[in-house]
Ligand binder design. Structure first.
Ligand code: FAD
Length: 370
């Protein structure tokens, strides 16, 4: 028997969950379909940094303004999620310390140091901020707004809040096809067929399967990231440490998350000996005392990458009512709220900055423009 929905969201990672939340909040009837457990894809592997400044160096460009907007949306979402479902997404506000080892690196951070909320600290001041920090640095940039959340909990927060607002969450329900009928979409799932006015594909790196059927090629490839966690009962860490895309992120439960490698086109999700060795060495360079901390576990996840470094977010050029939101690479946790809100605004016909709709248009990679 066919069932009805207004908006069918495919994928229950942080992106699909945030989309469901913003749509449900705006009064839409949402059905979210997730092939496995909600949040079990790339999202559960992430460190959770909201690194709008540390990740995007082209300040003022489309991605930076998108990321900054998302950072700010997290403040509101955090309060709303707590109010609706009592979940604390563990947004820690100590910011991030980007370490600077060489004169060349120091020259590269001069622009960021002129931004609001960003402070240059010499080695002595940085060590006061983080006892045990390496003495080999020239200094560090403290970025107050680059805070972090716990990704699995943030994802649960979004979809639980969406559920509280009326969304239906269908875990262990794979979508096998999204078929454009006259004015509606047939959503074929492993548990039966649905009829929806709108469909949103937010399946992370696995979105390729459905996009290929829809004539949008296979725009995503995986970049595997390996991480470890240690228990830290020795030195309270008030902020994340960051250098050369490697990091140490403190969690509320005394864990330090240490990551991450970048292995292109590797679909495996087991960490390797060499990968773990790399992240350990990078962590030790930042915080030498870390080598004394008990090792807890290791894991790996797949970042959904696109060739031009930007996600695909928007409506299919010919199939009206079909939206895509995937390819957030190493920043999907950061970009989840603004992506959810953007999809909701596009469906509602609200204004969305043109710089974003242009930068993230979904057919740009197919037609070889960038
Ligand atoms: P996913 O979380 O992968 O979710 C997609 C979901 O869709 C999956 O659960 C999948 O089962 C489901 N799905 C796919 N196809 C179908 C289908 N046909 N039917 C039903 N369900 C389907 N980002 C940050 O912002 N900050 C960080 O600090 C950070 N650290 C990271 C560290 C590592 C090691 C890794 C690997 C990633 C990190 N990221 C970080 C990136 C972030 O994890 C991703 O960008 C983000 O999780 C992508 O979310 P998503 O919802 O698009 O994908």
């Amino acid at each position: 028997m066919k069932q009805f929905s207004e908006v069918a969201v495919v994928g229950g990672g942080i992106i699909g969950s945030a989309i469901a939340y913003y749509l449900a909040k705006a009064g839409h009837q949402v059905d979210l379909f997730e092939a496995g457990q909600v949040g079990s894809g790339s999202t559960q592997a992430a460190a959770g940094m909201l690194g709008a400044h540390s990740e995007y160096k082209a300040f003022g460009a489309s991605l930076h303004s998108f990321a900054r907007t998302s950072q700010k949306l997290y403040e509101e979402a955090e309060t709303d999620i707590r109010r609706l479902v009592g979940i604390d997404i563990e947004r820690r506000t100590g910011g991030l310390l980007q370490l600077v080892f060489t004169a060349e690196e120091k020259a590269r951070v001069s622009e960021i140091c002129s931004l609001e909320g960003v402070t240059w600290l010499d080695q002595t001041s940085a060590e006061k901020e983080v006892p045990g920090l390496t003495k080999s640095i020239l200094g560090a940039v403290h970025i107050a707004d680059d805070v972090h959340v716990t990704p699995a909990i943030a994802c649960r927060g979004f979809h639980s809040a969406a559920q509280m607002l009326g969304a239906r969450i269908h875990a262990f329900t794979r979508v096998d096809d999204v078929v454009n009928e006259a004015g509606w979409y047939r959503i074929q799932t492993s548990k039966g067929e649905w009829q929806a006015d709108y469909a949103v594909i937010a399946g992370g790196v696995w979105s390729n399967v459905l996009l290929e059927r829809l004539g949008l090629g296979t725009p995503f490839y995986p970049v595997k990231g390996e991480c470890i966690a240690v228990t830290n009962t020795q030195m309270p860490l008030s902020c994340s440490l960051f250098h050369d895309q490697h990091y140490i992120v403190p969690r509320n439960n005394n864990e330090l998350i240490i990551g991450a490698t970048k292995v292109r086109d590797d679909w495996s999700t087991e960490p390797t000996f060499g990968g773990i060795q790399t992240v350990m060495e990078k962590a030790r360079q930042m915080l030498p005392e870390i080598e004394k901390m008990p090792l807890l576990r290791s894991w790996a996840g797949l970042r959904p990458q696109t060739i031009d470094g930007k996600p695909l977010i928007g409506e299919h050029p010919e199939k009206k009512g079909l939206f895509i939101a995937a390819g957030h690479q190493r920043n999907g946790i950061l970009l989840a709220p603004v992506t959810g809100k953007m999809i909701c605004d596009l469906i509602d016909g609200n204004a969305v900055p043109e710089v974003w709709t242009k930068a993230f248009r979904v057919n740009r990679l197919n037609i070889g423009e960038e």
